[in-house]
Design a protein around this ligand. Structure first.
Ligand code: THU
Length: 129
């Protein structure tokens, strides 16, 4: 895989944010990720009248990665209603870890951060054996 074009990834996250379903929080979020095989996959938050059931954009992204063939995420950008990178919430860090591992780069200022730095000492499949 060639160098990550973060500007393309952010633009894809912004496009995904445009179709977010966030009538309750009014906080639309878009996420875009590159898979190791070159696929660019997106997700947006999907809220629910039963508030606690809402899905974060990153969870929808991971679902779309799996539904479109699986594989490993290598870079993810998340964008909310305000300019700049939005850092994934705690639950999303765990969900992203499953399909990206600790090397997955998360868009951030001033530079991308490996997911392992955002979720150190994490729980994973190795703990189930
Ligand atoms: N949200 C995300 O989609 N991703 C995050 O990492 C943080 C929060 C969504 C959930 C909810 O629909 C809205 O943003 C406000 O919390």
């Amino acid at each position: 895989m060639t160098a990550i074009d973060w500007s393309v990834l952010r633009t894809a996250a912004e496009a995904a944010r445009e179709v977010a379903y966030a009538p309750y929080s009014k906080f639309p979020v878009g996420a875009a990720g590159w898979c190791a095989d070159g696929r660019l996959v997106t997700g947006c938050n999907v809220e629910n009248a039963s508030y606690g059931l809402g899905l974060c954009a990153e969870c929808v992204l991971v679902g779309n990665v799996v539904a479109s063939g699986g594989g490993t995420l290598v870079a993810v950008a998340v964008i909310g209603p305000r300019p700049g990178a939005l850092m994934p919430c705690g639950r999303c860090r765990q969900v992203l870890l499953e399909n990206g591992g600790p090397q997955l780069l998360i868009d951030a200022e001033p530079s991308p951060i490996p997911l392992g730095d955002l979720l150190p000492h994490s729980f994973g499949a190795q703990d189930l054996t």
